[in-house]
Design a protein. Structure first.
Length: 64
């Protein structure tokens, strides 16, 4: 079963934003509780943001 490319890009953007949001929430919690963000939340934020920009550039390149 193949998915529509537009739908696939929408799903990828949504998942990447969710990953970034979870990282931000976890980093906020870690700063409040332990007074330092930790490596895992920062990794989630960077990975989610990177995934979002890659998905965005791929969707723009396929539209043209």
């Amino acid at each position: 079963m193949k998915t529509d490319p537009a739908k696939r890009h929408t799903i990828q953007k949504s998942l990447s934003l969710l990953l970034t949001f979870i990282g931000i929430v976890l980093a906020t919690y870690m700063v409040i509780v332990e007074s330092e963000p930790g490596a895992l939340p920062l990794l989630l934020i960077v990975a989610g943001a990177g995934w979002f920009f890659i998905a965005r550039s791929n969707s723009r390149s396929q539209k043209t």
